[in-house]
Structure formats: C-alpha cells, structure tokens
Design a protein around this ligand. Sequence first.
Ligand SMILES: Nc1ncnc2c1ncn2[C@@H]1O[C@H](COP(=O)(O)OP(=O)(O)OP(=O)(O)O)[C@@H](O)[C@H]1O
Length: 637
Amino acid sequence: MTVETPQEKFTFQAEISRLLHILSESLYQNREITVRELVSNASDALDKLRHAALTDTDIDASDLLISIEPNKDEHQLVIRDNGIGMTRDELVQNLGTIAHSGSLEFIEKLQKSDTKDDVSLIGQFGVGFYSAFMLAERVEVRTRSYSEEQGWVWESTGDGSFTISEPAEKLERGTEIRLHLKKDLGEFTDPARLKYILRKYSTFVPHPINVDGEHINDQPPIWVEPKSSVTEEQYQNFFEYLTHFPGQKAQWHLHLTADSPFQFHSILYCPDANLERMGFGKSDHGLHLCAKRILVQNDNRDLLPDYLRFLRGIVDSADLPLNVSREALQDNTVFRKMQKVITKKVLDHLDTIASDDSAAYGKFYGEFGSVLREGIGEDFDNRDRLAKLLRFKSTNTSAEDGLASLAGYCERAPEDQKQIYFATGADETSILRDPNLEIFRERNLEVLLLTDPVDEYVLSTLGEFDEHKLVPIDSADLELPGSEAKDSETDDEKKEDEKDAADLPNGFGTVLSIFKEALGDQVEDVRKSERLTESACCLVNAKGAQSTTMQKVLQVNMPDFEMSKMILEINPKAPLVQRLCELSVNDDNKDFVRTCGQQLYSNALIMAGLAPKADEMSSRVQDFMMQLAQQKSSIKV
Ligand SMILES: Nc1ncnc2c1ncn2[C@@H]1O[C@H](COP(=O)(O)OP(=O)(O)OP(=O)(O)O)[C@@H](O)[C@H]1O
C-alpha cells in the first residue's frame, strides 16, 4: 500500500455538492453510463495530448491507450489513460467546480424532476466525471500532467469535500480513475460485462480500449465509408456515441461526401427531441471537427449557422489544417466554403423531407421549428429558402397535417389576393374569438394563426412571400380580394355600393361623432367597419403600425414603449348599434350613447387582450346594471 502525504482538503463548489447528493440518491438504473463518461474523458485526454504534440515535438504521442482494469478481489474498477493528465491546479479546477455553462441548468432540472430519465443526459452537460459517484463510494484520481514531473492524487467520498495529496510513487503520464465500488455493484468487476458496455457505448472511441489487456474496439470510422456499406445499426450506434444519450433515436441523418472543390466526409444527425424546448437553456453543443480523422475540436459551433445548432455529428476534412486556433479556423477559406456547402445540404435535405413526407416534416418542425425560424433574421442569403420551410397553424383545416406552409397558402388563395393574412394571440382559442376574423370567416379566406410572438417577428422580418405582403388581420393596411379597383366596378356593383351606403341606419353618422367626442384622443379614429359581420365593434391598428400582440411584447420588454393609438371600428349591422342610431335622434339620449361608446371601446380593448381603465369601466357597468334593475319589478305576479 502506498502512503500519500500531506493531504490538503477542499470543499466542492456548492452546485457540485448538490449534484453529488442527487447522484448518490438517484434510483437511475442505467449505471453503465458512468463507464461511458469516464472512457469519453480518457479519450478526450488522449486527443488533447495528440493535439499538444503537433506543436511540441518533445511530446511522445505514440501508443495512446485507454485501459480498463477490473479487480474482483479488491472490488475496484480502474480506468486509465496515458493522455494529457492534470496539474494540481487543473485537478482543483476541473474536479471541484463546474466549468460548463449548461451544467447549472442540468442540475436545476435534476432537482425538480424525479431524475429517472434526466440522469442519462449527464454527459451532455460537462459534468460526466461526477457520475463516478453513482458506482463508487470512494473515487481516487491519480494523475500526472504531460507538462510536469510531479503527479497528484485526488480523492473523495462525494460527501462535500475532496483532498489532494502527493503520491508516494512516481506516476506515469496520464490519469487513472480508481472506483472503490459500492457494495452491490460487483458486476462492474466482471470483464464480460464491461466489454459488453464498452462495445455498446464506446465502440467509436478513436483510441484503442483494452479490457484486461484485450483490445475491444475495432469499429471503422463510418463517416469515411460509402453510405451503402453503413448499416442503420451503425448509424444509430454512432449517434448514441456522439450524443451520450442511450436509446434515443435520431429523427434523420444526413451522410455527406464531397471531393471537389474540397474534400470532406460528414454525418449529421437531427435528434429526436429538442432539449431547448424541455427547459434546458440554449444548446451549446457543436460538431466534432476532424482533419484526416484526427479530432481537432469536439464542439465546433462555427461550421453550422446558429439556427441549425440542434444538429449533432462529425465533419472530417483532409483540407483542414490540423493545428489551428478557433479564430484562425474562421478565417480559413476552405472552412468558410465548407460552412456554406454544409448549410446548403442541410436545407436541401429539409426541402426533400418537407415535400416527400409532410408528417415527418411536421414532427421535425414541431421540435426544431422554433430554432430554424431564427434563420429568417440571421441568414440573409438563405432567407427565401428558410421562408419555404416555415410552418404555421391556419384556419384552413385542409392544410398539410394541421400546419400550413406559405407556399401552400399562396396556392390556395384566390388569384386576386395580394396579401397573406395572419392573426396573433396568446392561444388559438382566443385568436379564434377575435372579431377581426369575422370577415375572413364570411368570405372563406385563410388566416395563419400565430400563438408565438416570435412568429410575428419572423413574418414582419420577412415582409412578403411570393409577392404577397404579410399582414396582420388587425391592420388598417388590409386589402381583401375583390375590394380594390373601384374604378373598374360595373354599374351593377356601383349600384350595390350606393345601396350599401343608403342601407346605413339613420343616425349612424351622429353615433360615430358622439363616440369620437366621447373617446377623444384615446383613439386614432372611430369609423364604420367593413370587416365585422356580427360583433358591434373591434380595434384596428392604424396604417403601418405593428400588430397589437407585437406592441404588447415590446411594452413588456421596453418600459418606455407607448402603444400606438388604434382605430375603433363600428359595425352598422349590429343590433345594438342600430338601436343606438335610433336613440341618437333624441338629444336626451346623447349621454347614454356616449357612455355606450366608452363601454364598447372597453369591450374592444378586452377582446384585443388589452386592459381598459378598470375603475371607470366597473362604475359604468354598475350604472348600466342600476338602470336595468330599476326597470325590473319587485312585485311577484
Ligand atoms: N481522464 C482525464 N484526463 C485529463 N483530464 C480529465 C480527465 N477526466 C476529466 N478530466 C478533466 O475534468 C474536466 C471535467 O470532466 P467532466 O467529465 O465532468 O466534464 P467534461 O469532460 O468537461 O464535459 P464533456 O463531457 O461535455 O466534454 C474535463 O473537462 C477535463 O478537463
């Protein structure tokens, strides 16, 4: 037995203590993931050493190896690598604090959930090492950095603190993780069981893995193989290897090979679920970037635009320099061309799915549409292509799988329809109650239903699609098919218009002017509505103004933002309005009509999701109730 002296004691960062507590209590059954995580760290350490050797010829990066040594008698499992190793400071930093931004969210999520499924995600959040405490009651790390002669021993029982000491013996370069296994976990000393686990999760590790001296991973790098020779199982295994997510299937994958003008091989995967939607923060994973099969970066986020950040995979190119910094890579011409080509190929692939299998595309869009649509604002060159990939709910029930594309919308629209109409609101039910929709319903015109303000932002950024202007239904800019070109109206149509004007109830003009006077500068205007068929009134945004939903979002985010004044539209066919017109001939009713105007405006505000002045409205409604109550009789007949 070796004796280490002296020991220095450290406390784990609070978040790590929380994580260790959760992991040690976790009932999660799939403890195999610990082996995967530790082997993955060992592989990273070998990659780092090989990378360092590119610039430092004194480093011997030959015979890199990961060895797994089970010890039944001692009830221990050792995972050893001859990689980059860690200095004392690196040990304190790397195995005592949280380095990755996403990991705090992961821990918070674990605390809230019953941890059953979420633990399997541990490797995605840069805290994989700590999974060692799911298997071990005590963990010992013996390590020596390639950059120094002195080695170090890190030790912890996962109870809130760890110690660091100098080993008695001289350590080889690299890292050894010794797991003193929990009592009931003897299976992790069984070589057959370990080989099974490693073949399942670590078969694509690009360095040899030995179990008790036997080399067990001989999987060829499938991305450089011809597509026809790669099986679905290999694609699936590689996806699991890349994502550290056992059992999750990719929605689709794209295997790309190019020889000119530059050479590259790539496999890109679209995961099944979007973790960002599940409450984890913005995904910060990247692609594995290799040059001639040697890993250059394992989280490259520059090769794909941000709006495709959900894709996972590998890109391997003989034309990329091996030894470059992130910044230098950005300036590399081949790299920039590769960005364009890969983005184009992904968009081509999405086009194909969208046209060949709308159900599959609907599933994809449901998960990742919220990320993809960011591209409309970010990627000017591909904006038109991205616009074709957008999907929305729509009032047209025959739209593909409940989601409508802009192209499909334009095909279905009458030929003289020059605009694409959209309605916005907190949810579909409240949008469908919007009185502004009445005319569209009556004339059977399709309206896109937007429940996420980001969609409205996307459509306003887009401006138009296929020569159709994108217009919110509560806009004064609305042009309905058939309502333009008054000059070319036939005599019959002109007569119809005149008849309409003559049909206006007597006193309508008086009612409008009483309303205008009552509302003063609270509104931009009060006018006759062409869009209402049933409701008495609605609010419309003045020409050029943003929609109400958009303005509400701006108001929440910018305290100084002032909503623009709206136009109150009155429906002359509504029975209440007609009665007010009759009453308006008698001057004695003027006050009553005025109060009705104020109340109609309050109602319209509520329907538009805006708040009327609560005190004024409640006393007004109370007065109305009083008037009605006084007309009732208390005598029982
Ligand atoms: N075998 C090892 N050799 C050298 N350094 C290691 C080794 N294992 C862990 N480390 C260091 O500890 C850090 C924390 O490891 P952990 O598994 O918790 O997260 P990570 O590996 O950084 O995350 P990710 O798996 O997302 O890359 C690593 O980044 C690395 O610097």
